[in-house]
Design a protein around this ligand. Sequence first.
Ligand code: COA
Length: 185
Amino acid sequence: MASDSSQAIEIRKLGTDGIELIREIDRSEHIDTLYTVKESGLLAESVDFDVPPWDSEGHGDHSSARRITEFRPIVDGGATLLGAFVDDVLAGIAIVDQSFEDGIAWFAFLHVSRGFRRRGVASALWVAGVEVAASAGANAVYVSATPSGSAVGFYTSRGCKLAEEPHPALFAKEPEDIHLICPLP
Ligand SMILES: CC(C)(COP(=O)(O)OP(=O)(O)OC[C@H]1O[C@@H](n2cnc3c(N)ncnc32)[C@H](O)[C@@H]1OP(=O)(O)O)[C@@H](O)C(=O)NCCC(=O)NCCS
């Protein structure tokens, strides 16, 4: 577990087998805010519950195995897998599909392990992902964000706004998510 918030964050582009590193992520989190989309925009609601770590043994909905099965085809299909490391220890993972749609990249996955949060790890992954997206010709990044305070707080802090027209397939898959778009400079 990281102990010093001044430690350097190293971002590495990983090969497709790096997807197995998802097993090392501690996704657990205490959630105190959930967002919904209303006509007036984002509405925050106070909540109080804990999200446990992914199940490391089984293959159910909340297992790391399921996450790997879900995202491996995306990475095998050419999306970029990025790892953030602090002193050679995995702190976070992001997947950006830079060729999602004409001019639009999809930030498909972003998780920072609990012990490394709030020290700029996701920000460093975002910068690297945006670079990949822009190099591939994207002028915007689409995110289907978990409605939690941390996820929505993070993406809005990066300049993402509510998507006026949510992507039909991504919205159908995750209707409770907050669908965001971030124009690239
Ligand atoms: C969302 C998440 C990726 C943020 O990672 P992180 O490394 O802690 O983020 P950073 O340290 O780069 O934060 C940058 C900014 O994002 C915003 N932010 C981050 N965490 C936040 C939180 N819990 N509540 C509100 N805003 C938050 C803040 O503006 C923060 O800047 P600050 O620390 O100077 O205030 C991380 O909390 C996480 O992995 N959560 C569980 C998984 C998840 O929800 N992933 C997104 C799925 S779509």
